[in-house]
Design a protein around this ligand. Structure first.
Ligand SMILES: [Cu+2]
Length: 664
């Protein structure tokens, strides 16, 4: 079977056959689908900048990667939920607090869905939000600094997968739980009491419009099923969110079989404006829980953790006109909203059609109570009453849809490994192109905006058999770039990615470039151990704790000779980078330190903790090649026995310590 197999044969394949399809079939001559001018279209000449930023999740790496398009060049890995030895994230004393949770220090997670903050339904380039799946969290990255500034734990959730999605003006980032779990009262219950005791929670996280700070405004307690991807309404449907859910069978074991019984699961339509009204009327209930809220303060270059003790909840069994179900075939993965906000596209992974719902028809149906039933006290709208129409014969395994600027939708087909282009108003399929292989999400530049940029679609693939030089049992993960400016889609480029490029968002480079921060102003550095010039450097003992106020500037560290540290001491090197010039970080590493090295931006102060394990002379040095004399940017720390008489001294040049030998 080749990827050009006609649809009529493909549609006969069962889901089981489909799984084998992903590994058994590969195009014989994949390279021939590249058109002649593809190389020119992705060539970015030396010294020229890419046109688009692509932010892709690192999946199981817990990080985010920034790529330039159309070149596919990796620009930066932004550490988020996982420690990162490239710059000391999660190792430096200032950043450890960012990884605190109610389960303790969690230095690794699974990150899936980057989302650029929005103003009037378009990417504004200020922040990038991303979810931590395993220990439910949302992170906010500042796109002026490409640093993670905030991590908020999400309570009452199991698997923060359906997250984080911005509303039209980033009023909220919204997070749905993947696994329903027991929430209130006794949570130590038999697993097979799922139907009685398990519930879902949808979290609405308020975003401060100036600083971006996040707070959980409220949680909606919803029926116990599995929640999957979501999108906010926009334009006509602003004020609503659309989540897909699966496992409406409410099974708790062998979901592969037990959660595929029903023909249809649901889209949950959430009227969050209505929820806000109920909150104003005081109908929210304070529910005790524990979750961590970690903030990185750019003035002190330091993070702190706060423990939150309650959330406001609204129960949809009691307040019945906040949420509605729309039936949706079959094991739906995501609901995507067209640029005008009128069409809600559902992707049922096992469905043979793509249903497109009409926001207007849906609200009419709600007004007329055209319901077919209730599910856990939530009204279920009649399928036909909300349906605008179905995309017929789209392919196998529709998974995720994004939109361009010309009225077309692009749907990834996981099972038949292709992107299908169709017209939003007529729902007619107009083009299809293979992906290599097993595309999950796709991304169109600005593809979830009110005004998409279009031009490129990016496939985020799961499997890359035969596409790259092999690297042992695990091959590189990969994205593919398609030109979507013409009637026909054209493959331009494959490029390897870090981790799993689960989902990505892309926006024109200008949107990000205009905000770039080049240095941290030294004069505004409020870090408690900051020093503004070399004369202020010093070393202080307090019991067994030794603090070193150190500076780095091309091409020396001050002090560079330290004596009088004793075995059993804990040494804290606080290094301030005195440079005030773009792209001149310094690094710091000391022999035997358990932590990774630090990378310190111009004007910033960062701290590494070092507990020497033996006596002797320990070199330290700058780890970031910063000048012709970078190799000379070094120093020595002397560690003496615990009972030594060597005095604590430090200095540089003329002031370097001249201690005598210890007398024992
Ligand atoms: Cu250096």
């Amino acid at each position: 079977m080749s990827l050009s197999t006609p649809y009529s044969k493909l549609v006969l394949a069962t889901a089981v056959a489909a799984v084998t399809f992903t590994t058994a079939c590969k195009p014989k001559k994949a390279e021939t689908v590249i058109s002649g001018d593809a190389a020119q279209k992705v060539y970015v000449a030396p010294g020229k900048l890419d046109e688009v930023y692509l932010f892709a999740s690192g999946g199981f790496s817990g990080q985010v990667a920034a790529y330039g398009l159309p070149s596919g060049r990796l620009l930066k890995v932004i550490p988020v939920f996982s420690q990162n030895p490239e710059n000391g994230w999660g190792y430096s004393e200032e950043t450890k607090a960012m990884l605190n949770t109610s389960h303790g220090f969690i230095p690794w997670d699974d990150a899936h869905h980057p989302q650029i903050s929005k103003t009037d339904g378009s990417d504004d380039g200020r922040w990038l939000f991303i979810n931590g799946n395993n220990t439910p969290r949302i992170a906010r990255i500042n796109l002026a600094t490409f640093k993670t500034e905030e991590i908020l734990e999400i309570p009452n959730s199991g698997g923060n997968h359906s997250s984080p999605y911005c509303t039209e003006n980033t009023e909220y980032v919204v997070a749905g739980t993947r696994f329903s779990v027991p929430i209130e009262g006794n949570t130590d219950v038999p697993i097979n009491t799922y139907k009685e005791n398990f519930r879902g929670a949808l979290s609405f996280v308020k975003v401060d419009p100036k600083e971006g700070h996040m707070n959980i405004a409220f949680q909606l307690l919803v029926p116990g099923v599995n929640y999957d991807l979501a999108r906010s309404g926009k334009g006509a449907s602003h004020g609503w969110m659309f989540f897909t859910c699966y496992n409406s069978e409410q099974a708790n074991t062998l979901l592969e079989v037990n959660a595929s019984q029903r023909d249809k699961d649901f889209i949950m339509a959430v009227n969050w404006k209505k929820a806000e009204e109920y909150l104003k009327q005081g109908k929210g209930k304070k529910t005790p829980t524990t979750y961590y809220h970690n903030n990185y303060d750019e003035r002190t270059h330091s993070a702190s953790s706060k423990v939150e003790k309650e959330v406001l909840t609204l129960d949809t069994r009691v307040l019945k006109d906040i949420v509605y179900f729309i039936p949706c075939p079959k094991s739906p993965h995501g609901a995507d909203v067209s640029p005008d906000g009128e069409s809600i596209v559902a992707s049922g992974k096992l469905a043979a059609v793509i249903p497109v719902f009409s926001f207007k028809k849906m609200t009419d149906a709600i007004a007329k109570k055209t319901f077919e039933s209730e599910f856990d006290k939530v009204p279920v709208i009649k399928y036909e009453a909300a349906l605008a129409g179905e995309v017929q014969k789209p392919g196998l395994g529709p998974l995720h849809t994004e939109f361009d600027d010309k009225g077309y939708a692009y749907t990834s087909m996981f099972v038949s490994s292709e992107i299908v282009k169709w017209k939003v108003d007529t729902r007619e399929v107009v083009d299809r192109i293979p992906t290599y292989y097993s595309i999950g999400h796709l991304c169109v530049v600005g593809g979830d905006n009110k005004k998409p940029y279009g031009k490129y679609a990016i496939a985020l693939n799961k499997i890359t058999k035969d596409r790259y030089l092999p690297t042992g049992p695990e091959l590189t993960q990969s994205a593919q770039l398609f030109d979507i400016t013409g009637e026909k889609m054209n493959l331009l480029l494959d490029f390897p990615t870090i981790g799993e490029p689960h989902y990505a968002q892309a926006c024109p480079a200008d949107v990000i470039l205009k905000n770039q921060k080049k240095i941290f102003e030294l004069s505004k550095n409020e870090h408690p151990y900051a020093v503004k010039n070399e004369k202020e450097t010093k070393i202080v003992r307090n019991g067994k704790r030794v603090d070193v106020w150190m500076t780095a500037i091309r091409s020396h560290l001050a002090p560079d000779n330290i004596e009088g540290i004793k075995l059993g001491d804990e040494v804290y090197f606080h290094i301030t980078n005195l440079e005030q010039d773009w792209d001149v970080p310094h690094g710091f590493a000391v022999k035997g330190a358990e932590n990774a090295e630090l990378l310190i931006m111009p004007g910033e102060t960062q701290t590494i903790k070092w507990t020497p394990k033996s006596t002797g002379i320990f070199p330290f040095y700058c780890t970031d090649f910063c000048s012709a004399l970078h190799q000379e940017m070094q120093g020595y720390a002397r560690v003496s026995p615990a009972n030594s008489t060597v005095a604590l001294k430090s200095g540089i040049g003329e002031t370097a310590p001249k201690n005598e030998l210890a007398k024992n």
